[in-house]
Design a protein around this ligand. Structure first.
Ligand SMILES: Cc1ncc(COP(=O)(O)O)c(C=O)c1O
Length: 399
């Protein structure tokens, strides 16, 4: 591509595409495959963040691409969600519920994770007739106004007030939080593992007590598995390792195999409440788009058939082994969701920028800017892990 066309794209991006920060990454990627990204200048990057836990089966897995093309040859959008019997949607709901506890047997497909949060919050109100919701500090559930209301940091909420009333923000993993759940509480919403806090897992006993108190008070327990689902933490779902079953789970990110898709999954008896008083209790035009469902279905089959989840811990340990460095204060990991804690956010910016120059893409966390995010495609090869870690160590040696 001629030089002026290259800079022109960049200018157009900055001028006409709405920005979310003063310093976007601004890579111009022209191709992605497996764990690699390729930019417009032919430079190759190892992707250590998988589009923020999206591309669990790698970029453009051939089976996902085949499913997308096949579905595009049949039909795209037909009608608003829930009216037509669309095979990719039906088959995907069946596969998902086959791999979830029996009580989680009805899938409501949305376009994104935040819409899954919205739908689940509405369902909790509808089921319980209550309004109070409990959420946790330093949790992230999305950016629309309902999801923002349960976001765990006032810095991000403040400019958009008034938000939903009757929300209690409590400390994750604390006994006090459990005491606050009462017969006034519609739902408790929690990430199974707090990702954006920099990968914090709760105590098994705490999550069990949370489940127990919710059952005692008729409160719905919503677990957000948008980042932790689809094998990311070394089991298909994060909550499996805690021996509890939530009332609703939220899915997104890897759910669509690289296409936009979200879902909340609950028991059919609860979900049916959306069909009456009022009818169309939650609606979406594009939710569960057939191409996205076809892609997600193919990606989940790849995940299961290639037994990718079985190798997650082995890869996690290899990262941990290769990333021994005095500048890394701590490594918190749950499978291939890892946070490398440095001294300061400025160090993280410097390390991420140097890694990028050397062809390794990393990131930070919303509530932990002093931590480097590592969450690569689960398909990452041993050679790629070693290569990426070597670059990171080289960079850390110089800060
Ligand atoms: C735990 C969690 N919940 C919800 C969301 C929101 O998903 P989306 O960006 O698709 O709306 C995210 C996105 O990062 C997330 O990490």
């Amino acid at each position: 591509m001629p030089q002026n066309a290259i800079s022109n794209q960049r200018q157009l991006f900055l001028r006409h595409v709405a920005q979310t920060s003063p310093s976007p990454l601004s890579l111009e990627i022209v191709k992605a495959k497996g764990c690699k990204l390729y930019d417009n200048k032919g430079k190759e990057y190892i992707d250590l963040i998988a589009g923020i836990s999206v591309c669990n089966v790698g970029h453009r897995h051939p089976k996902v691409i085949k499913a997308i093309k096949k579905q595009a040859d049949n039909y795209l959008h037909l009608l608003v969600y829930g009216e037509m019997i669309e095979t990719p949607q039906v088959q995907y709901a069946k596969l998902l519920t086959d791999h979830l506890p029996k009580s989680l047997n009805a899938v409501y497909f949305t376009n994104s994770g935040t819409e899954a949060t919205e739908g689940a919050m509405k369902l909790a109100k509808r089921v319980t007739g209550r309004t109070q919701m409990i959420a946790f500090n330093q949790s992230y559930h999305g950016s629309t106004q309902g999801a923002l209301s349960v976001m765990g940091d006032e810095y991000w909420r403040n400019a958009f007030r008034p938000l939903l009333p009757d929300i209690l923000h409590l400390e994750y993993n604390s006994p006090e939080a459990i005491n606050e759940i009462t017969e006034r509480t519609a739902c408790v919403i929690a990430e199974t593992i707090q990702a954006e806090k920099g990968v914090y897992a709760p105590l098994k006993q705490w999550l069990k007590l949370l489940r127990k108190k919710c059952s005692e008070t008729g409160t719905l327990l919503i677990l957000d598995e948008i980042q932790t689902g689809f094998g990311r933490t070394g089991s298909l779902w994060g909550f499996e390792k805690f021996n509890i079953v939530p009332d609703i789970i939220l899915l997104g990110k890897a759910l669509g195999g690289g296409m936009p898709l979200g879902a909340f999954v609950a028991n059919k008896k609860l979900m049916n409440l959306f069909t009456e008083n009022p009818v169309l209790g939650h609606i979406t035009t594009f939710g569960g788009h057939p191409v996205c469902c076809a892609a997600g279905l193919a990606a989940m089959k790849v995940l299961l058939n290639e037994k990718l989840v079985d190798r997650v811990h082995e890869k996690e340990f290899l990262f941990r082994e290769c990333l021994q460095h005095p500048r890394i204060k701590a490594i918190r990991s749950r499978g291939l969701l890892m946070a490398l804690e440095l001294d300061t956010a400025a160090d993280v910016i410097q390390v991420a920028a140097s890694c990028l120059r050397k062809g390794v893409l990393t990131d930070w966390f919303l509530f932990a800017p002093h931590c480097i995010r590592i969450a690569p495609p689960l398909t990452i090869k041993e050679k790629e892990i070693r290569e990426a870690c070597l670059v990171m160590v080289e960079v850390l040696n110089k800060i």
